[in-house]
Write a protein that binds this ligand. Structure first.
Ligand code: NAD
Length: 391
């Protein structure tokens, strides 16, 4: 199967850019050396659905060093870096199905194409591969799968699928929650917001919707930059936590929207901001998303309801309505990946390290795993933490 990417001529640029990231990922370097010796993935066909960006590229290099026969890589929606996709596709052992502007329909087609290759291992983000497998009666059973993020876990639970292989949920690791979600995403969303807007945050009224691990990190980082933060969450427990942390809170979303200059969704659910909310938005409000799928904001509906839409550069869209205008950033795709370089490198060294170790565990020793979802084995959390303490 040939790769489907934006521009193969960008392979060299992708390779050059990756070199910086490789230097900053000592855990993946260590695992690459171990995998080269131990060959945990020997002969396996591996399907991966992840953000196509330089950190993922170096991690795939480590997986291939572990003896994988072939990798089929599907990009997450709205976050593909075309130079990285081109670099990866230049390797005959990798088929890349990822273009920058892919739609959900295309994404689903890619997943089905990958299922036809009957992969042995699914390394997933957003449950795309796992739920694609479960959609039909399949003629083979993979050894197992990883699921990277909260949205993926929620989608698996909501599907009620009876999964006939082990699924290790990386997001259920305390390491992933405490470090990536709570610390890393706050920094990277703040960074991407600054790159995207060049605004001074001091004094900006910023509403974060969803005060879980990710939302709390974002709210705290924005407040540290001088923003006046407010929080909305459907769960009163999290709302109380936000209040105790010092944010303005309310259970009246519409009122909070009326007061906000910046609105950031981080719930892991869909349709949080819809066209019904347009009357509540301030003129000039900036709307963006940090959750895994852009569907937290009904971007298509907001755009369709507009009298006109102007591209004002750098992934920003100006949506004009009769009595106001708003700005939508990166079409509501996860801002830190769509408008920035994703999470801080050492955070993804850790997160992808967990992915690699869990993948190797599934490939080599399923004795303590059971079918269906389960957390990262404790010894892997300890190994990754102890390794990172020394870097
Ligand atoms: N951009 C990234 O790099 C990145 C990294 C990690 C996780 N994520 C994604 O971020 C999202 C949040 O992850 P998390 O770990 O914080 O999850 P979480 O479960 O800890 O938090 C989600 C919060 O949203 C709240 N919520 C649910 N429905 C809501 C609604 N309708 N309105 C308001 N609040 C609502 C929940 O009560 C909860 O407090 C997920 O989509 C996850 O996949 C993104």
């Amino acid at each position: 199967m040939n790769s489907i990417i934006d521009n193969p001529a960008l392979a060299e640029a992708g390779s050059n850019r990756m070199r910086w990231f490789m230097e900053q990922m000592p855990l993946i370097t260590q695992l690459k050396e171990t995998f080269s010796k131990e060959q945990p993935f020997r002969g396996l066909t591996i399907a991966i659905c992840l953000h196509v960006e330089p950190k993922t590229a170096y991690w795939i290099d480590a997986i291939l060093s572990g003896g994988a026969k072939h990798v089929y890589l599907v990009g997450c929606l709205g976050t593909t870096k075309p130079d990285t996709a081109a670099f990866l596709a230049s390797n005959p052992k990798i088929t890349v199905l990822a273009r920058e502007a892919d739609t959900m329909e295309k994404h689903q087609q890619y997943l089905e194409m990958v299922m036809e290759q009957k992969p042995d291992l699914l390394l997933d983000n957003g449950a795309s591969l796992i739920l694609s497998y479960c959609k039909k009666d399949r003629s083979w059973t993979p050894l197992g799968a990883n699921e990277e993020t909260r949205t993926g876990r929620l989608l698996i639970d909501a599907s009620g699928a009876d999964i006939p292989f082990p699924v290790i949920v990386i997001d259920d690791s305390p390491l992933k929650k405490l470090l990536e979600n709570a610390v890393g995403v706050g920094q990277s969303v703040l960074d991407a917001f600054m790159r995207s807007t060049s605004l001074l945050l001091g004094g900006k009224r910023t509403l974060v919707i969803g005060y879980g691990w990710v939302g709390s990190g974002i709210a705290n980082k924005f407040r540290a930059m001088g923003a006046h933060t407010s929080v909305y969450d459907v769960d009163p427990v999290y709302l109380l936590k936000a209040k105790v942390d010092g944010h303005h809170v309310s259970d009246d979303l519409e009122q909070l929207l009326r007061e906000a200059d910046i609105i950031i969704t981080a719930t892991g659910r869909f349709h949080i901001i819809t066209k019904e909310h347009i009357p509540c938005l301030r003129s000039g409000a900036i709307v963006c998303n940090a959750g895994h799928f852009g569907f937290e904001i009904d971007a298509e509906d907001l755009i369709q309801a507009a009298e006109c839409v102007e591209d004002v550069g750098n992934g920003r869209q100006l949506l004009r309505y009769q009595d106001k205008h708003i700005f939508l950033l990166s079409q509501a795709n996860p801002l830190n990946l769509a408008a920035g370089d994703g999470n801080p490198i050492s955070i993804m060294d850790l997160g992808l390290g967990l992915q690699a170790c869990c993948g190797a565990r599934i490939a080599t020793d399923r004795s303590k795993l059971h079918n269906g979802v389960q957390p990262v084995p404790r010894d892997i959390d300890c190994f990754v933490s102890q390794s990172m303490l020394h870097y």
